[in-house]
Design a binder for this molecule. Sequence first.
Ligand code: ATP
Ligand code: MG
Length: 318
Amino acid sequence: DAAGPTVVIGEILVEIMATTRGPGFPEPMPLVGPFPSGAPAIFADQCARMGGTAGLVAAVGDDDFGRLCLRRLAADGVDVSAVRAWPDAPTGTAFVRYRDDGSRDFVFNIARSAAALVSLDEPARRLIARAGHLHVMGSAFAIPGLRPLLDHALDAVRDRGGSVSLDPNLRKELAGDGEARARLDRVIDRADLLLPSGEELLVAAGAGDEDAALAALFARGVGEVALKRGREGATWFGSDGSRHDAPAFDVPEVDPTGAGDCFGGAFVAVRRLGLIPERALLYASAAGARNVTVLGPMGGAGTRAELDAFIAATPRRG
Ligand code: ATP
Ligand code: MG
């Protein structure tokens, strides 16, 4: 692990939520927001709040949505020097409505928003040149403009002895696409840590069951895997065969969006600060659980003190 911030490349969005449950947006309805969002932004925010240093390479519009996100990220200590504000493209948006069964319907404006205009400009080069760790979000492969940036960052961080983590939060359909698959494999071959959720472990490894997937990933040089299982908790696996299980905290689920990103941001922050995997897994589980109790995708991202208090006060499931 080299010195320098944890850098994340990807989208910043605002999220606007329906206050009622049901299918999609077929007619006018009450909404709440905008909330700062975007998986890379949530990850970086939680990482910084946890006491890690974090920086984002991203783009917003020169509008109130963008300013709202930047103000929040900067207040929480995220380095936003490589976040560009475009004068003539809007900040990305996601409108979300939960159905009764907990599934979600979205209306996105990402591909044609400022979020898609991220490029390897001077501020991005400077931040990446200082990075000690690169965290890659699989969702970033969906934005073609990000690909050269990811390639550059992977090589730059590796060359200076930095570490790499990957949240392969990609849809199955995307992993089937040859180009996305090749990109994913390129990151896996350079990754120290994988943070898959559920089935993503099997998709990332191209394996049929958990044991085979872990064996395949460790054989490729991955050092550790932190597997997220939502309300079922999380498990950490080391390449030496060691394993730790963390039952989920028993909390009311107000807004599950962002749990996985908070889990990852907290895990990477404290691992890089030198905590052992078991402790990092505990903080990560607490970060994910605390975040689902608050409205907004990063609404419940906690500081280390807040997570210590949460851990002491909250019963575990199972
Ligand atoms: P996201 O929806 O952000 O993509 P994810 O699928 O990547 O999430 P999850 O498994 O949903 O990740 O959440 C990450 C971790 O957060 C879980 O492993 C668990 O520790 C905690 N967590 C998530 N949801 C809950 C919940 N309802 N109750 C308690 N803990 C939770
Ligand atoms: Mg996820």
